[in-house]
Design a protein. Structure first.
Ligand code: BTN
Length: 251
């Protein structure tokens, strides 16, 4: 079933929502709008993407009407050095929205994969367009199966809730509310509040044996630095900062 877009619009009048049946990637359209100067909170939402983008040049499975595929333009008071904070904020907001809408417990893997039982259920991509952040959020909602051979084991909210069909409208409304509330927290309490929230909610932030995807180095996670980068302690005791990419569990 297509999204009840007018219901979403009536519950979120503060977001300007651009809705598509089919699009290449919501990132491209949101970047175009950001460059035109649209306001904070403008959303591009599509039922389907034919060229959904993932992080690190990967693609994102975007089958029609099963998932949530959206990009949101954010205008935050963050310097480019602190951009990882925006990624952490979006991960926190996405996890909170899923939990509030579905009661499923979520974990976060730096920088912003949302996991349920260690399988990925949502991914986030952030691009800087002039002075705006374009944040792309993909959530696997009503898939009954995910494509085989994905790099990270994936799941959907429907699979995790024993086959129950989930309301994409409710998740989107919760997502926009949670993004607002974490943006307000950042503005009022500063970026330390985001670092604290992420550290307390992510089982990957501390004492987790991981492999750094970028270079295959192994180590144990040792918290976040003040800019939101993940720190890894190697066996030799050296502490390394993960600059790009991410980490996977070292099994
Ligand atoms: C990841 O690799 O974890 C990030 C995935 C981000 C996917 C979303 S879906 C909506 C938006 N449009 C895209 O093309 N990608 C992002």
């Amino acid at each position: 079933m297509p999204l009840a877009i007018e219901q979403i619009r009536s519950l979120r009048p503060q977001n300007e929502i651009h809705y598509f049946q089919k699009i290449g990637s919501t990132m491209t359209e949101a970047a175009r709008l950001a460059a035109l100067g649209v306001s904070h909170g403008t959303v591009v939402l599509s039922e389907e993407q034919t060229a959904g983008l993932g992080r690190l040049g990967r693609s994102w499975d975007s089958q029609p009407e099963l998932g949530i595929y959206c990009s949101i333009v954010l205008r935050l008071d963050l310097s480019p050095a602190n951009l990882p904070i925006a990624s952490l904020l979006l991960g926190l907001a996405t996890a909170e929205a899923i939990q509030n809408a579905t009661q499923l417990a979520c974990d976060l893997r730096w920088p912003n994969d949302v996991l349920i039982r260690d399988r990925k259920t949502a991914g986030i991509l952030t691009h800087l367009v002039e002075n705006a952040i374009v944040a792309g959020i993909g959530i696997n909602v009503n898939h009954t199966a995910l494509p085989p051979g994905l790099r990270t084991p994936a799941t959907s909210l429907r699979i995790e809730s024993g086959g129950r069909l989930q309301s994409r409208e409710s998740i989107i409304v919760n997502l926009l509310e949670s993004i607002d509330s974490f943006c307000s927290m950042l503005a009022a309490e500063g970026q330390e509040s985001i670092l604290r929230a992420f550290t307390s909610q992510s089982s990957y932030a501390m004492n987790r044996r991981v492999v750094i995807e970028e270079n295959g180095a192994r180590g144990v996670t040792a918290g976040l630095d003040e800019n939101g980068f993940l720190l890894i302690r190697s066996e030799s005791g050296r502490v390394e900062k993960v600059a790009t990419g991410g980490v996977r569990p070292d099994r």
